[in-house]
Design a protein around this ligand. Structure first.
Ligand code: CP3
Length: 344
């Protein structure tokens, strides 16, 4: 059995504290990352296996988190489908968004060798990661990836053209979702083969759709990915941000764990979600921007009762940490989770 508290917990073992890691921990909040960014662009860091492995390990060493998350991006999948991507100060931008020429969906083709450097990165990370830490691989869920591919950028967080395509041409939308799903399954399974210990599927924009449409029509694509990864023996966390009332439909058939955003409480979510599914989350990451330790510790105290009664829980934030978060607050949070007496 692994000595990693993250892996023990995700596999159902009762541990004396929750494991802790953060979405977006590998960039943004770390002074050492920001320093590296003065020298290299984000894409240079991501595409060079040595550098990507180094960045992946920074938060393990500097924050003391229990798991590393692969330093990459969900948008490598559209790139491998032939789309041209640049990361600008305003976020990712595709030069040829599908909304401008929807028939281009029919000519997208997977070039799987464009992802092979990522498998090399995973190998390098695993060689350097100690046994008591886990490596999380990931990709974007088909719907979130679809939003970026159709809209071309995230200037409007409502991705209007992407949502419109689902209502106006269900068949073409399904074709694109199926293409993304097919490549994502291959990509995820190669991550498993390369040595990841767990996998997270990010559906950051799940909340854009009425949840019945999401559950009936979009979730099956995501489930194709989660099922393939679980069949390969790798535990899966699913993060459908903003799904709200739709969370009651996320059962053990979808994932081992589900990420809870900061809108609902963990206790509230626990009441509506299948008992066999563990929870991950959900401190509001904006609290990390407040320069007042009392505010932070008061918020952390609120997790004590939940953590005492629930051992199938991974401590995380309700969304990613961001550059305006204070490194010290994130570090204090990790230390607090690890040093608290959880009375389990
Ligand atoms: O800890 C980590 O950061 C792990 C690696 C990781 C990145 N992106 C690196 C990254 C992961 C897991 C992602 C996922 C991702 N990327 C998502 C889903 C999760 C989420 O946070 O909602 C989405 C929607 C994207 C697309 C994306 N990439 C956006 C919208 C942006 C710009 C805004 C932002 O979040 O910074 C990125 C850029 C990005 N991806 C950076 C990093 C470290 C910042 C690059 C920089 O240094 O400027």
């Amino acid at each position: 059995m692994s000595s990693s508290i993250f892996l023990k917990t995700i596999k159902g073992e009762k541990c004396n504290r929750p494991p802790v890691w953060f979405m977006r921990q590998a960039g943004r909040v770390l002074p050492s990352y920001l320093k590296l960014r003065e020298q290299y662009s984000f894409q240079e860091l991501m595409n060079n296996p040595q550098l990507a492995a180094r960045v992946t390990l920074l938060p393990v060493n500097e924050l003391g988190v229990d798991a590393a998350i692969l330093f990459s991006d969900i948008l490598v999948v559209p790139e491998a489908l032939g789309m041209n991507l640049v990361f600008t100060d305003k976020g990712p931008v595709f030069s040829n968004p599908l909304k401008d020429k929807l028939e281009n969906i029919n000519s997208l083709k997977a070039e799987t060798n464009r992802l092979s450097h990522i498998y090399e990165t995973i190998g390098l990370i695993k060689n350097q990661l100690s046994d008591n830490k886990a490596l999380i691989g990931f990709c974007g869920a088909p719907f979130t990836t679809f939003c970026y591919m159709v809209q071309g950028n995230s200037a409007s967080h409502s991705f209007p053209e992407a949502v419109k395509l689902i209502y106006s041409d269900r068949k073409l939308a399904a074709k694109l979702l199926a293409l993304i799903t097919e490549l994502s399954v291959e990509y995820a399974l190669n991550q498993v083969k390369s040595g990841i210990d767990a996998f997270q599927l990010f559906d950051t924009h799940a909340g854009l759709l009425p949840y019945e449409l999401y559950i009936d029509w979009v979730l099956p694509f995501a489930k194709t990915i989660t099922s393939s990864v679980r069949q390969a023996g790798c535990p899966v966390i699913f993060f459908p941000k903003g799904l709200a009332g739709g969370m009651k439909h996320i059962g053990y058939d979808v994932a081992d764990y589900v990420g809870i955003d900061w809108q609902d409480s963990l206790a509230g979510s626990r009441k509506i979600i299948d008992k066999n599914v563990g929870l991950q989350g959900n401190i509001d990451p904006r609290i990390f921007s407040v320069n007042n330790k009392q505010v932070l510790f008061a918020e952390l105290e609120k997790f004590k009762d939940f953590g005492k009664a629930n051992y199938n829980w991974i401590f995380n934030a309700g969304h990613g940490v961001s550059p305006d978060n204070l490194f010290e607050n994130v570090k204090l949070t990790v230390d607090w989770v690890k040093s608290t007496e959880w009375n389990r």
